[in-house]
Design a protein around this ligand. Structure first.
Ligand code: CA
Length: 296
């Protein structure tokens, strides 16, 4: 395979809440890792705590980056984070900019998720509803940890309350005050293209009637969930992917914020079932070419 358009630095892929590398062989980045490798890129989908704060996940990511640097001999990596993985990547780049060539946020709640705000209102701290939801999330996360076949490392810690706080508008505002690199100054604007030698990029999608619920998504449960979750949005009502708002996703250079993709379509889930005419894998392949063209 040709590697003439492969990025110079390895790509480290960071999953979001309830993230994994492979569950019984089934990949989180469905068809994406293989497409990038066909392009000649060195790709490392990594595991961090599936349920925890962005800071704790970010510390774990730094350990994984150190291993990739050692294994490949490269002096930097590209970080591509989906959902909370974007905040995780931002934390790592803020602490060790010398290790990071770029951070790319894919449907990242860089200004919070209105779904997390809704859950906080409906299941406040200490309520029975919160305890039930937390127990459910812990149960799902434990099952996923048992089924993980893509990472053979030790069991990672879990903290539901920390994860939830890390995704609300209030929690992300506190995170942003400490790690503002790449954030836009104005709501809906773009951020700096480069901070401390690290390039910042983002892309995201929105639910679009007549498009996103058609095609393969007619048979995909997560699309139905996204359409239900979208009803909880206020500020970006009608302009979200079901879990993250269009403008909330902005970081650095905005490659696009209205791709017809729900929050799971954007990583080609499930089994490549996406809306009519959508091609989420192409966005990753084009981005790798973009990094290559930038000499990175
Ligand atoms: Ca889908």
């Amino acid at each position: 395979m040709s590697n003439t358009t492969a990025p110079r630095y390895p790509l480290v892929l960071v999953p979001g809440l309830l993230g994994f590398v492979r569950l019984l062989g089934y990949p989180y980045w469905y068809g994406i890792v293989s497409a990038l490798r066909r392009q000649g890129a060195k790709v490392f989908p990594v595991l961090v705590s599936s349920v925890h704060s962005s800071e704790v996940r970010g510390e774990q990511l730094l350990e994984r980056i150190a291993l990739v640097l050692k294994q490949t001999g490269a002096d930097k990596v590209h970080l591509i984070g989906h959902s909370q993985g974007a905040l995780t990547a931002r934390y790592a780049a803020a602490l060790k900019p010398q290790w990071v060539a770029s951070v790319t946020s894919v449907a990242g709640p860089n200004h919070g998720s209105e779904l997390a705000d809704f859950l906080q209102r409906k299941a406040p701290h200490g309520s029975l509803r919160e305890r039930v939801l937390a127990a459910l999330l812990r149960g799902v996360a434990r099952c996923m940890a048992w089924l993980e076949t893509g990472d053979k490392g030790p069991r990672l810690p879990m903290d539901v309350a920390a994860a939830q706080h890390s995704l609300t508008a209030e929690g992300v505002a506190a995170f942003n005050a400490q790690y503002p690199q790449g954030l836009p100054d104005t709501w809906g604007g773009e951020g700096a293209a480069e901070v401390n030698g690290v390039r910042y990029y983002s892309w995201s999608g929105t639910l679009q009637a007549g498009i996103t619920e058609r095609g393969g998504n007619r048979f995909d449960g997560p699309n139905v969930a996204c359409r239900l979750f979208a009803r909880t949005f206020r500020r970006e009502h009608g302009h979200c992917d079901g879990m993250v708002g269009r403008y909330s996703s902005h970081l650095g250079s905005v490659i696009g914020d209205e791709f017809p993709l729900d929050h799971f379509d954007i990583i080609n889930q499930t089994f490549g079932l996406v809306g009519k005419g959508a091609d989420p894998v192409k966005l990753f392949v084009e981005h790798a070419q973009r990094l290559h063209a930038a000499g990175l």
